[in-house]
Design a protein around this ligand. Structure first.
Ligand SMILES: [Zn+2]
Length: 274
């Protein structure tokens, strides 16, 4: 990362922390998004293995870490304590480092996680952007055999559903669900919108029809009794979070950072389709 990039990122975190002092973070289910682990690529979301391991160790010692399904059950439970914080760990895309680096750590700390897979990249062994080597179906099978990893859908071709022809949305989602079923023998019950960009009304209906939950952006905790499961807010984890900012995020803090980033990304993704 450039010096300027680092200054901007830190500035966003400091601003978000200041916003937290004005409006206290709301507790609830915090859904963390990881992308890559191992630090083999030059992206801000490729965490060094040691940092990832420290974060998962801290999480499992400090907060209830739950599977996404258990988290959703808790959100729907009318007796859930609204002052409690729970954390669900999620990963996007389906890169090889998930099996090589992330899974062993999740297993060491018995931390459940959900991996949303863009199936076309795995099926065709097509590299993801930013040097992302796709995971193989057999490595995915090994990961899910631990019982800790849930496989969700991230569309087939990492399609941005707000700009895909509405007639193609259903087939795009079905292709991904079918492949996960055929190759792994599991039903994909959870969905994450690529780049956390919400779909058109048609896409929203298609997603609600097929999945039990859908993750968008948000950067804040999801409150029990006040959460639409198809609009689950997620909180991205970056290298620059280190451990200090990370601990705030895991408690539902720094939500304003995500608001700032969404604003910047709207321009960045304006011409993209995947
Ligand atoms: Zn993605």
């Amino acid at each position: 990362m450039t010096v300027l990039g680092r200054v901007v990122r830190t500035g966003m975190k400091v601003t978000a922390a200041a916003a937290d002092t004005v409006r206290r973070p709301v507790p609830g289910l915090v859904v963390l998004i990881y992308h890559r682990v191992g630090g083999h690529t030059a992206t801000e979301v490729d965490l060094p293995l040691g940092l990832f391991s420290d974060q998962i160790a801290w999480l499992t010692e400090t907060l209830p870490v739950v599977s996404l399904t258990a988290g959703l059950d808790w959100l729907a439970d009318p007796t859930a304590d609204p002052l409690e914080t729970r954390v669900a760990i999620t990963f996007d895309d389906g890169t090889a480092d998930f099996a090589d680096a992330a899974c062993p750590v999740l297993e060491r700390f018995a931390a459940p996680a959900t991996l949303y897979v863009a199936t076309e990249f795995v099926e065709q062994q097509r590299p993801f952007p930013h040097d992302g080597t796709p995971i193989s179906w057999s490595a995915l099978r090994d990961c899910s055999a631990s019982g800790l990893v849930t496989i969700g859908s991230h569309t087939h071709g990492h399609a941005l559903l707000d700009r895909l022809d509405p007639a193609l949305v259903g087939p795009e989602l079905d292709r991904s669900v079918d492949l996960i079923g055929e190759r792994l023998g599991v039903v994909a019950r959870h969905f994450a919108y690529p780049k956390a960009l919400m779909g058109s009304p048609t896409a929203d209906a298609a997603v609600r029809d097929r999945f039990d939950s859908a993750a968008v952006a948000g950067g804040r905790a999801n409150r029990p009794g006040h959460t639409d499961p198809w609009r689950l807010a997620r909180t991205p984890v970056q290298i620059s979070d280190g451990t200090g900012w990370f601990e705030r995020k895991a408690r539902g803090g720094l939500a304003f950072e995500e608001t700032l980033r969404r604003f910047a990304n709207r321009r960045r993704y304006s011409g993209a389709t995947t």
